[in-house]
Design a protein. Sequence first.
Length: 661
Amino acid sequence: MYSPSDIFNLKRSADHQWAILGGEISQLYLYNSATDSFTSSSTPVAAAPYGVRDVAANPDATQFAVASGYSVSFYDAAFNALGTVTTKISSFQNSNVQYSTDGSKLYWQLVPAQGGSVVDVLDTSTFMELGSVTTAFDQLQLEPGLLWVDSAQRAFESSEGGVGIFDCTVLHQGSPTATGTLPNPKAIPLNTTASVSFAYSSNTAVPVGSAVTFGGQLADQQSSNPLVVEAPPSSVAGPVDVIITQPDGETEVEPQELSYGVDVAAATATLVPPTGNPAMAIFGFGMLNNNSSPPTGPTSITVGGAAVSNAPINLDAVNALEAVAVQIPNGSPGPANILVTGTNGTGALNGAVSYIPSARIVPASGLLQLIYDSSRSLLYALTSTEVDVLNPTTLQWQSPLLPGSGQSYVAMALTPDDSSMLVVDATANTLTILNLDNPAQKSVTTLPTQTQSSTPTKVVATNTGKAFIGVHFDRPIEFDLTALTATLLSANLFGYTNTFAATPDGSHVVTAILNNSSGEVGVWNSSSDSFAVQWFQAGQAGAGGFWTDLTISPDGSIFAALQGDPTEAGVAVGFFDEQLHYLNEIVYPDLAPPDSSECLGALFSASGQTLIVPMGDSIDFFSSSTGTLRGRLLTPEPLPVLTLAISSSGIIALDPTGKII
């Protein structure tokens, strides 16, 4: 097993026999799958003037490349230097260095001083710069990235709303002269022609004799200085690539920079409540009136036939891809279409969202954690001084439970047979065991005092008559529910704050250290009553440590450690199995980015196939196997976002059917 402090830029050869990777800052490693062994050298790292930015291996791993800021150095499999190419382009290397399929060329992405992106091509035998292709400029919403180059020498680069495809068989020599050329206007109605002007972002004129195509159609030139062309008509709504070819052969490709009509691409939510009017974003092309300065929004937006209110424009995203924020109107259960009307026409996204059957708000305050008691069909809501009890059928609050002293409750859990409730009081430093069939019957035990700063934060119950209690700033506790005795757990579970998660039947328990860069997670062995642990450093397992939440699937086969930040939108998640293997991480779609911070209390669906993550304005549903976002439910009112992960707050619960949150 290879365990460096950090792994970056892992690439493999086309024959899958070799891998090249960076470990510690001072070393590069080659892995040989035939011998299952590593070799390493510090030479490529020491020779990189601006550090190792990326690596690549040729198809049979007889050569590999190390990219620094302005140069690429080549080595053989014994780390012997073969040659170095320093780019003549005033630029800096960006990402994803890769060999051609035959190994004769190397492609790398450069960022010119004037902005934008360039795909630069090197000869891997003569170690010469062959030339470049100027690609995307002014990608405000999504930074362009070189994705792949195929056997036909077509480079694929990410761009706003799609992928740009660039022909690397015709290369420009020397520094690019194109500095970003955006059409004005950026959108025109369907089935019409329009005069479109161009000027470089550096305020220089496009060279006389340049040709422009829109979606592959050559545009007739109307004037040369400034360059004005007549955009050909189109009957298909949506964006097209704009390509400007200069007289010297330099080609600038601007992916999806002109739109025809109105194309509504996506909404950031798929499920919405019938009441409450929460906000979401709508992404699309041609929705705005770009003839005005600043651009103005659509003349009309409807969801399910009802007009939206408050539709501000995201001016930071006014480019090829446009965004408008809207407040959802009230609606009837079922799918609803989104219609956007503007100066360029009307576009529809049919079945864009679905109104859920109902959303009810029950007044409450100070709630810390929710648990559904399926045996009694009751919902328990923990506050700092009591446990409130809600009848989920009548939505009426019943008499609260009053376990222990009620000084500062922070966590509760049910035993696997639902007979008892465990409640932790942080101020009194106690664990209360409450008989739910006879609440007057209870026991209160003082927990071990370790230091003045240590406080209990989390409790889970097992099927062996034990409970595990997380502690802030000290070692966690194992509590025998029969003998009412407490034992401090191993020091390797000690961190900033440790937490636990257990399956409903108490047969599986996992642990994690929160807010600590070690990224420690662990799995309980019920036979030996011990924990196996694994550390995941920064850059590994998606979040790279600093966990803030933890949950486990009902059957215990997988668990998820989450990382959120109260100052940032979204959450990172690493999935693990029972053997502490890192399985996957979540990924947000480009056109459904999160816009609120994590809330504590993520959980799995009954099947374990879906991870349910509460956010400040929504509940996100991720596939446990692929990590992809399956859907987003907007909530009718804001949810309490993460502050510090030192409590056991769990703000959502599922009923036994899994249909009610």
